[in-house]
Design a protein around this ligand. Structure first.
Ligand code: CP
Length: 293
């Protein structure tokens, strides 16, 4: 039995193990399991929540969804006590999305004695999205080693960047970032970023693949951009930039149309967004199987 809270805890062998299970599932070889899985979603989500729910059912297990308004956390129960309650109720795993950072987490993982799977904790981690992005790029390139991947946009608040970039580095990819300086973290060097591009067009010329990130409107507190229109013109995927892209582009979703990406280009022939969404079910089924198997 394992938990998955941060990609920083995964070795190359762990990641290959999960990806190989995902490939088998994609080829129709799905493992079967029994028991109950709680989906504790205290923040909105479409693709992560629904694909985890489908993954649980695919394995033959039963999902129980609890949202912020239906959990006793609204009456003051702590997150830790909520997790322990699921463990006492006999659940085998809790998949959680929360608006705060879970760190440190080892004590809770040990005390609960069940699998805890992070589906997004504030700006900290979103490990299954990182695995989806690595899997999707690996399918397209065959191998990400030495591929240049550019992340564009709101790096500061992005749990996707903090999950996808370390996984790509683990497999030898080269990382660049571009965005308003106000949305680039001061400690960007800890992610072993090769280049910070103030001019996104230079970054696009450098990159083999580009991952546009969502401008996290709900987390902007200090007017870090002047306007959505100017942000789009400076860093968004416009028609002109789309023509210059050498390879594919991705976006973890949900997309802010005409802020992150021109609405007419979201599903263009250079887009891997549909693949990311579809691979979500395979990766999340594989993660559950890896954690509980
Ligand atoms: N990418 C992602 O986490 O999307 P949702 O918020 O819809 O789950």
């Amino acid at each position: 039995m394992r938990s998955l809270i941060s990609v920083r805890d995964l070795t190359r062998d762990d990641v290959m193990g999960i990806i190989n299970i995902a490939k088998d599932i994609k080829n129709g070889k799905t493992p079967r399991m029994d028991g109950d899985v709680a989906l504790l979603f205290l923040e909105p989500s479409t693709r992560t929540r629904i694909s985890f729910e489908k993954a649980v059912r695919t394995l033959g297990m039963t999902p129980y969804t609890v949202t912020d308004s239906t959990s006793s956390m609204v009456k003051g129960e702590s997150f830790q006590d909520t997790i322990l309650t699921f463990a006492f109720l006999g659940f085998r795993a809790v998949v959680f999305r929360i608006p705060f950072t879970l760190f440190p987490y080892e004590d809770l993982v040990n005390r609960s004695g069940i699998s805890l799977i992070n589906a997004g904790d504030s700006s900290h981690q979103h490990p299954t999205q990182g695995l989806i992005d690595l899997f999707t790029l690996t399918e397209s390139f065959g191998d990400v080693e030495n591929r240049r991947v550019l992340f564009v946009g709101d790096i500061l608040y992005s749990r996707v960047f903090r999950s996808t970039a370390p996984l790509l580095k683990l497999f030898g990819a080269r990382i660049g970032v571009s965005g308003p300086r106000t949305l680039i973290p001061r400690d960007i060097h800890v992610f072993e970023v090769e280049k910070v591009f103030d001019d996104v067009d230079e970054g696009i010329e450098w990159a083999d693949a580009v991952i546009w990130l969502r401008l996290q409107k709900e987390r902007q507190r200090d007017n870090l951009i002047s306007s959505e229109k100017s942000y789009f013109m400076q860093f968004g995927l416009t028609e002109e930039r789309h023509k210059k892209l050498k390879g594919y582009f991705m976006h973890p979703g949900p997309v802010n149309r005409n802020v992150d990406i021109d609405g007419d280009l979201i599903y263009s022939e250079k887009s891997l967004i549909k693949d990311q969404v579809r691979n979500g079910i395979f990766i999340r089924t594989a993660v559950l199987s890896w954690c509980l198997g």
